[in-house]
Design a protein around this ligand. Structure first.
Ligand SMILES: CC(C)(COP(=O)(O)OP(=O)(O)OC[C@H]1O[C@@H](n2cnc3c(N)ncnc32)[C@H](O)[C@@H]1OP(=O)(O)O)[C@@H](O)C(=O)NCCC(=O)NCCS
Length: 186
């Protein structure tokens, strides 16, 4: 298995031979993102499991691509688009359970979806590593993710990039990550 290791100090050390590049999503990605968002496993692992119509998705694209608080990326590796990630710092989406959302500014929620045909190939951690680099460039200091307890691949990927579980509530776990300085709370 190709691996990425990130130090808990917050400085990502890439030891993988998977090279992931990120580009900003555009309206040309609308169909691709719709397919990935409506995939059964993606819906099952989402906090909001409701069905998404294409109209809903179109509205979401219009809002997210034009909002300076959100950054939607397409990840590319091995000559293919392998998935999508978002950094979202809208106050209403940030988790009250996040350790860093209590007082830290420049905080963002991370979401990740690997394209169904590319799952299970070890792409998730290198994607998150690439996202950490983008987040630093955007002057974001801390990250959070909200993951279902039973979502083993997601929890493993976030943990192997240095995210730590800061809060457990029923089936939802909040994970946090500090991009600079120490990875864990002082
Ligand atoms: C979650 C998701 C991004 C993970 O990507 P992936 O390509 O499936 O996973 P990877 O092959 O990169 O493996 C990730 C880790 O999970 C581990 N893993 C794989 N299958 C696993 C399983 N069934 N149970 C537990 N761990 C598993 C891998 O060994 C790897 O661990 P490591 O980083 O410690 O080596 C992807 O499955 C996905 O898009 N799922 C649907 C949407 C989703 O759940 N998004 C996350 C919401 S928070």
């Amino acid at each position: 298995m190709r691996k990425v290791r990130c130090q808990s100090s917050g400085s990502c050390e890439q030891v993988s031979d998977i090279c992931v590049s990120l580009r900003k999503a555009t309206f040309d990605d609308e169909d691709r993102l719709f397919m990935w968002a409506t995939d059964r496993e993606t819906r099952r692992q989402s906090v909001n499991q409701g069905l998404i119509t294409f109209d809903d998705h179109h509205q979401w694209m219009m809002e997210r691509l034009c909002d300076s608080h959100s950054h939607v990326f397409i990840a590319r590796a091995d000559f293919d688009d392998i998935g999508t990630m978002m950094l979202d710092s809208r106050p209403n989406v940030l988790s009250k359970s996040s350790f860093y959302n209590r007082g830290m500014s420049r905080h963002a929620r991370v979401s990740i979806t690997v394209a169904p045909i590319h799952r299970g190939r070890g792409y998730a951690a290198p994607m998150l590593t690439a996202l950490c680099t983008k987040a630093r460039a955007l002057h974001i200091r801390t990250l959070e993710a909200v993951v279902k307890r039973e979502n083993g691949p997601s929890l493993s990927a976030f943990r192997s990039c240095g995210f730590w579980v800061s809060y457990k509530q029923n089936s939802l776990w909040t994970l946090d990550y500090r991009l600079s300085g120490r990875g864990y709370p002082e």
